[in-house]
Write a protein that binds this ligand. Structure first.
Ligand code: FE
Length: 257
């Protein structure tokens, strides 16, 4: 379950966010609408279309708490990897995103844009990193606690020819990412299709508008302590800790948004 830093209930869901809200509210996947949660007045959270992310009163992103214990995903993912990944790496992208936004705001105030390409790259890299890590950590749950619903299975059958076919393409994509990156199940709103994408770093090889639903981090920081160079073993074992309830709810939300 995703958690937020306080228990402030979401208010005034806009129509887009309200679709499917009954199924999402229990997992904290919806929050206040962006329009109604302007950074200057937001107490702690804001809506990012399909999931709630913590934000402070200054409009700066904060680190979403890990929704389970560090050791909850063992043996697939060990506690030390989870601790470093969430507390250090994820937090680093959060800091980088806030820094890029602050720097660009300063440029706008001055009407002068030195190193604009550098900071736009920082915004894309860290913003995509923050986004995907938010999805990634919410996508997992202790082994054996969830399984694909019949509705999700039917959807995957329609778009991929079955759960196994989907997992096969996703695993292959994850295994073959060049360098550091991701495999991502996403929804193309413009075509009404579910697709599997590879991302290099966090932001390369993406498609504009695709909504990430299920994301697998295959940067070495995600698995190297336990698996060393055996990325394939990490991918195989990661399927044991996928939170299928979360995947189903994100899929429904994306396809009805
Ligand atoms: Fe990562």
């Amino acid at each position: 379950m995703e958690t937020t830093p306080d228990s402030t209930p979401p208010v005034n869901l806009n129509r887009r966010a309200f679709v499917g809200a009954a199924g999402l509210a229990g997992l904290g996947l919806l929050g206040a609408s962006r329009a109604q949660a302007a950074p200057a007045t937001s107490s702690s959270t804001t809506n990012s279309l399909l999931y709630t992310v913590p934000m402070n009163s200054a409009g700066e992103y904060e680190l979403p708490p890990l929704p389970y214990a560090y050791d909850a995903l063992e043996p697939a993912i060990d506690a030390e990897t989870m601790r470093l990944h969430h507390d250090i790496h994820f937090n680093g992208y959060k800091n980088g995103l806030n820094k890029a936004l602050a720097q660009l705001k300063q440029f706008r105030s001055a009407g002068d844009y030195p190193e604009i390409s550098y900071w736009e790259n920082e915004l894309a890299f860290n913003g995509a990193g923050y986004n995907l890590h938010t999805v990634f950590f919410a996508n997992m749950a202790p082994e054996g606690t969830t399984k694909p619903s019949s509705t999700l299975s039917k959807t995957l059958d329609t778009h991929f020819g079955g759960l196994d076919a989907f997992k096969g393409q996703f695993s292959a994509a994850a295994a073959k990412v060049q360098g550091s990156g991701w495999a991502i199940l996403g929804y193309q709103p413009f075509g009404g299709k579910l697709v599997v994408l590879q991302a290099e770093k966090h932001q390369n090889l993406t498609q504009w508008g695709v909504i990430p639903i299920l994301a697998l981090d295959v940067w070495e920081h995600a698995y190297y302590l336990k698996y060393q160079n055996r990325r394939g073993d990490y991918i195989k074992n990661w399927w044991n800790v996928v939170n299928w309830d979360n995947v189903a709810q994100r899929t429904e939300a994306a396809m009805t948004a």
